[in-house]
Design a protein around this ligand. Structure first.
Ligand SMILES: Cc1cc2nc3c(=O)[nH]c(=O)nc-3n(C[C@H](O)[C@H](O)[C@H](O)COP(=O)(O)O)c2cc1C
Length: 458
């Protein structure tokens, strides 16, 4: 019997025609490389999406509080040597089907923060993690999407503590032989970690590219709130509503909706799509989940793109993105912005820029930024200022000045260098997780539990 185990997370849907042979090649190659293979056909499983409650860190350490098939996947991943992701490429990211389970992988790491490659990340829960292998499948080759996908897999490997990774994007128009050649060395090859300098250029990719279409300086703005949090207010909602208020003051008609209400039920889909159809400006606001967009947001992009592609006469619309992450470095949001940018291009939306904020949970955590009715105090004033400047520019159909991204990215404590803010973030953040766990009766020791640990010969 083989000693190596591979788990395949297969996100292909029954109507992803012509992709089955790719799957067969992957299984055949894994077996040739000496692996026992276990396949999870994701569309056949009972899987819910992450609701951002952090229960898997502070209530039941290492185990997600939602009881469905995800626990079995977590266990099998931690007991395997390689995890293989197979997914259609959705705007340069994973399809929503795969993203649903990727978002659910945070129980396998610890909440505590530390430096890693000079960035802040979480620390490992387990002693051993498998290798991550990803195969993205495209209908038509697209270099931007391919580049985003490859960087995303590398960043996910860093974030989720996979010690090695390799990634390939194949086109289902290619012959099976070409595909086989592309993926056969994935099992023996390790790709390079994408560091800050590799992803930073994607922040400016997303800067204004206002085309020569004449847009009206007033109209209808639709705010789409993509945080899946259900129990408390989200930072995404606070940021999005602050921005919307500014547009309102400038004479825009505004409407907002949450994806929580509109994605999980079919009748919500038509509400979302008609709201998008009726808007001149679409504003997405969402949290960063595993270096990308949360499941709910990806799913909404897939629905909107499918509708846009079915229409012949596309009305002109503009799109603006507000994303907030837990880690303090705002550039960690750059792959999420790149995915949104690819989506905008595909849908024929005019990109009017984006704002990416770090330390969302630490600075805002769903609380109003204008607490005490003062917009002039730290730690929220520079964020409100940035949103207002962006709002004013967009209301006038001007490009959003590049300096606004710099403003929202700065240290929230005046004069304090960003490097010291990061140090404080780690210390305070680790104490905060400990306090939250204690309040749930979880001791310091219990926070570190490894429920799916496999004992290995060293
Ligand atoms: C499943 C999950 C994955 C996350 N992944 C990341 C990540 O990759 N990078 C990061 O900086 N923050 C990450 N976060 C933190 C959120 O981006 C952060 O808590 C954010 O402020 C939540 O915003 P919201 O209140 O709008 O939901 C993650 C949170 C969850 C629940």
């Amino acid at each position: 019997m083989s000693e190596k185990r591979a788990v395949i997370l297969d996100a292909l849907l029954p109507d992803d025609k012509g992709l089955k042979p790719v799957n067969d090649i992957i299984c055949e190659l894994l077996e040739q490389n000496g692996y026992d293979v276990l396949i999870f056909q994701l569309n056949e499983l009972n899987l819910n999406h992450c609701i951002g409650c952090f229960g898997c860190w502070i209530k039941t350490p290492g185990v997600c509080i939602i009881h469905d098939d995800a626990q079995k996947i977590h266990k099998e991943i931690m007991q395997s040597d390689s995890v293989v992701l197979v997914t259609p490429v959705s705007f340069g990211g994973y399809s929503s089907q795969l993203k649903k389970i990727i978002d659910r992988l945070i129980p396998n790491i610890l909440p505590h923060f530390n430096y890693y490659h000079d960035e802040i990340h979480h620390i490992p829960r387990y002693l051993h993690y498998p290798k991550l292998i990803a195969i993205g499948i495209q209908d038509n080759s697209d270099n931007h999407e391919t580049n985003t996908f490859k960087l995303l897999v590398g960043r996910n490997a860093m974030n989720l503590k996979f010690p090695d990774y390799s990634v390939e994007v194949v086109s289902n128009k290619d012959s099976l032989n070409t595909i086989r050649n592309q993926i056969q060395n994935l099992f023996n090859r390790n790709d390079k970690w994408p560091l800050k300098e590799d992803i930073l250029p994607l922040m400016s990719l997303t800067m204004p590219e206002i085309s020569d279409i004449n847009f009206e300086s007033s109209g209808k703005a639709l705010l789409i709130i993509g945080s899946p949090k259900t129990k408390k207010s989200s930072t995404s909602a606070v940021l999005g509503n602050t921005f919307l208020e500014r547009l309102n003051i400038k004479g825009w008609e505004t409407e907002s909706l949450t994806l929580n209400k509109n994605i999980m039920e079919e009748k919500g889909h038509s509400h979302l799509l008609s709201a998008v159809d009726n808007a001149d400006l679409i504003v997405f606001t969402f949290p960063l989940y595993i270096d990308a967009l949360p499941f709910l947001v990806i799913k909404s992009l897939e629905l909107i793109a499918a509708q846009r592609m079915a229409l012949k006469n596309l009305s002109n619309k503009r799109i603006f993105i507000i994303v907030n992450s837990g880690f303090p470095e705002s550039y960690q949001n750059s792959l999420a912005l790149s995915i949104c940018n690819n989506f905008a291009v595909k849908c024929g939306f005019t990109w009017c820029g984006a704002l990416a904020m770090g330390s969302g949970e630490a600075i805002c955590s769903g609380q109003p930024l204008n607490k005490g009715n003062s917009f002039s105090r730290p730690p929220g004033n520079h964020i409100v200022n940035a949103l207002n400047i962006a709002g004013d520019a967009i209301a006038k159909t001007d490009p959003v000045p590049q300096s606004v991204q710099k403003l929202i990215s700065k240290s929230p404590i005046p004069i304090l260098p960003f490097s010291i803010w990061r140090w404080i973030f780690i210390k305070m953040g680790n104490l905060w997780w400990q306090k939250q766990s204690n309040e749930n009766g979880v001791s310091k020791q219990d926070m570190l539990k490894r429920p799916y640990e496999v004992i290995r010969d060293s």
